[in-house]
Design a binder for this molecule. Structure first.
Ligand code: FE2
Length: 256
């Protein structure tokens, strides 16, 4: 990974090599039915247990429209709003490529969706995780700016040999973070918002730890990507975490 990162410092546009056509027309009736099933089930499950900007994003981006979203149609709403666009990729992209995309307000979306037999088990993120979990928050102006900043920090940290520092910040906020909102504990992270099993678990289980989010704590907290999290970091508010991450520059990050 580090070697790849160094090799690509000469080609800052290298992320474009990973972009593929979404081929929306190739999604079958079964694929669209899986999206509709997942969407209805997850909206019902989340109710108001997810932060407000997420719910607003679902509405603003018209994600409740039936079927797998067409990225061109989605971008036609998202890009004028916050400058973000989605692109299709075939699966997970290397960390340096991922952060390079984020730094240019480009979010990669898997060009496939799980089958009905795989509803709750995924080897790697599909378009339901990427689109339902991540994209609503990119309609929020402040959060959208924060994710771009995370991309820049990621590039700098990888170049310095410490990519894991930004991966942990990302994990404990954007992917698996919780946040307080009006005194209530809510889901913030896309990995939780898009998960049938872990959404309620993260809020309600008494077998996990929940500690206040700070950039310092996130950087120092390793994570597991193969089991439910044993520890969740809780943002005091979404706005507080956005501000703290935006205040963190690459130099400071490397000294934490
Ligand atoms: Fe994700």
């Amino acid at each position: 990974m580090r070697h790849r990162a160094q090799a690509r410092t000469d080609t800052p546009q290298g992320w474009r090599d990973y972009v593929v056509p979404q081929r929306w027309d190739a999604f079958t009736a079964d694929d669209h039915a899986v999206w509709d099933l997942l969407f209805a089930r997850q909206v019902d499950l989340l109710g108001s247990r997810v932060v407000r900007p997420f719910l607003d994003g679902i509405d603003l981006l018209r994600l409740s429209h039936p079927g797998v979203p067409d990225l061109d149609e989605l971008n036609a709403i998202l890009e004028p709003r916050t400058g973000w666009q989605t692109v299709a990729v075939t699966g997970l992209v290397p960390d340096d490529i991922f952060f390079a995309m984020l730094s240019e307000r480009v979010f990669p979306v898997g060009n496939f969706i799980r089958t009905v037999e795989q509803l709750d088990y995924l080897e790697e993120p599909d378009c339901f995780h990427d689109l339902f979990g991540h994209i609503p928050m990119l309609a929020d102006h402040d959060y959208a700016g924060m994710i771009e900043h995370v991309g820049r920090l990621g590039g700098a940290a990888i170049a310095a040999g410490h990519g894991e520092r930004v991966a942990r910040i990302y994990w404990h906020s954007v992917e698996f973070g919780l946040a307080r909102e009006g005194g209530d504990l809510k889901i913030l992270g896309a990995g939780l918002a898009s998960s049938f099993g872990e959404a309620h678990f993260s809020l309600e289980s008494d077998r996990v730890e929940r500690l206040p989010f700070s950039v310092r704590r996130a950087v120092r907290t390793a994570y597991r990507n193969d089991v439910f999290q044993p520890l969740y970091l809780v943002s005091e508010t979404v706005e507080a975490t956005v501000e703290e991450i935006l205040r963190t520059d690459a130099e400071e990050l490397l000294t934490i």
